[in-house]
Design a protein around this ligand. Structure first.
Ligand SMILES: Nc1ncnc2c1ncn2[C@@H]1O[C@H](COP(=O)(O)OP(=O)(O)OP(=O)(O)O)[C@@H](O)[C@H]1O
Ligand SMILES: [Mg+2]
Length: 261
């Protein structure tokens, strides 16, 4: 198993200290987690349990107070091109077209313009943006903007993609489409993905593995392997049973949280 580990967290603890109020928050208490090559891992859990904090550590934006987060066995010391990110607030450049938003990362990497355009087209097609190459972000719906953000990240060919509630700001129908799209893209690329969500539905449709975080300070409450064939349908009894189990686990955590104050 240890041969193809992409991300590994060992004894990770994270304390945020607020200088202004002189208060400390323990966001993560003791986290051990391994994510393997090609795995689609969904992190789910109550608000404030440290999901984003953990993802930011994988991205190299935050660092553990204790313990270690590593990528391919090397401690993460900052962001890197092998780890792409897609967060909820799509940061597209309004003055650049769809194509040029997607080629941006490639241009920064020094890829020649023509080659960058060719590569961008591949991801434009794969993410269903064909026909919108020359549109500007303001002309796109929220779902399409998020597709551009995903295409831009994938165009840089990272080995792993970190996604923090990427569909959180979208309406339910758009979300369903995006989930199906992402499923297809993942099928075709086989990337390692860590995906944070509040949506039990997204988790069930997408995950190979669902890691349920407990209430703050977070620990892992459950680690569930999901090996139902894809594409999954909500009416499938297995899917429904898992859905019920997840809702139960999450409700349990929210109860603990409110008792603890
Ligand atoms: N930069 C920071 N400074 C101080 N506290 C922080 C900082 N970032 C996160 N926290 C605190 O750490 C805890 C975990 O936050 P985090 O954003 O990781 O939770 P989350 O699980 O992503 O929540 P949500 O589901 O609401 O996005 C929270 O109590 C939060 O207030
Ligand atoms: Mg978060």
């Amino acid at each position: 198993m240890s041969t193809n580990v992409k991300f590994s967290a060992n004894g990770v603890r994270k304390i945020f200290h607020d200088e202004r109020t002189n208060r400390s928050v323990e966001a993560i208490s003791n986290l051990d987690l391994e994510v393997h090559d090609g795995e689609f891992v969904v992190l789910i859990g109550p608000s404030g349990c440290g999901k984003s904090t953990f993802l930011y550590m994988c991205a190299g934006f935050e660092f553990p107070t204790e313990g270690d987060v590593a990528f391919e066995g090397k401690t993460i010391k900052g962001p890197g091109p092998e780890r792409g990110i897609v967060f909820q607030d799509f940061v597209l450049y309004p003055w650049r077209t769809v194509r040029r938003n997607i080629t941006l990362g490639l241009e920064l990497k020094g890829v020649a313009k023509q080659e960058a355009a060719k590569r961008a087209q591949h991801w434009i097609d794969l993410t269903g943006l064909s026909g919108f190459e020359d549109s500007y972000p303001r002309q796109l719906s929220g779902g399409m903007k998020q597709r551009v953000a995903i295409a831009r990240t994938l165009a840089c060919e990272p080995e792993a993609v970190l996604m923090d509630e990427p569909f959180g700001a979208l309406d339910v129908q758009t979300r369903d489409f995006m989930v199906r799209d992402l499923q297809r893209v993942w099928d075709e690329t086989g990337k390692t993905i860590i995906f944070v969500t509040h949506s039990v539905e997204e988790a069930i449709m997408l995950a190979d593995r669902i890691v349920v975080f407990g209430a703050r300070p977070s620990r892992i409450k459950d680690d569930i392997r999901v090996d139902f064939p894809r594409p999954r349908t909500e009416s499938d009894p297995e899917v429904q049973a898992l859905r019920a189990k997840l809702i139960d686990l999450l409700a349990d955590e929210t109860r603990h949280e409110s008792i603890a104050g």
